[in-house]
Design a protein around this ligand. Sequence first.
Ligand SMILES: [Zn+2]
Length: 172
Amino acid sequence: MHLVADGGGALLRDLAGALREASEQVRLCTRCGGITTATEPVCRLCTSSQRDGHLICVVEEPGAIGAIEASGAFRGRYHALFGRLSPMHGEGPKDLRLDALVARIADEGIQEVVLALGTDVESEATSAYIRERLRTLPVRVTRLASGLPAGSGPMYADVVTLARAVQGRREM
Ligand SMILES: [Zn+2]
């Protein structure tokens, strides 16, 4: 057999090539900051006509988008901040994608912003900051219902808990 004959070298080369190609193909969506591919600068969650374009869910990191999608409870769009306010680590409002969020609210006619940040002190402070920042805009601001594990966030919750938190979101 071919594989045996060359000690599996060809298979390993194919696999390595496929992995390299896959990593070269991964990009961050220019709109929401989620994962997309080199050929689609704006991801499918952003462009899909099946999603509710009036609803936007704000997360700290792109990885949380997948977690919330897995819960199946959210049908709007997303916005990743790429961090949170963290004075200890020198992370201020300018380090987050907040201007982009404000611009999207106007450009896309967003009616509700769902804050799905973590539950520890820095994330709570970030949620409060965003709430104030959006105070003058004609938009509802809600947050996930409590119930997520203390000191964690959407990435660490099971899908059932997360779905309940999304469905039970409340006004801030
Ligand atoms: Zn996107």
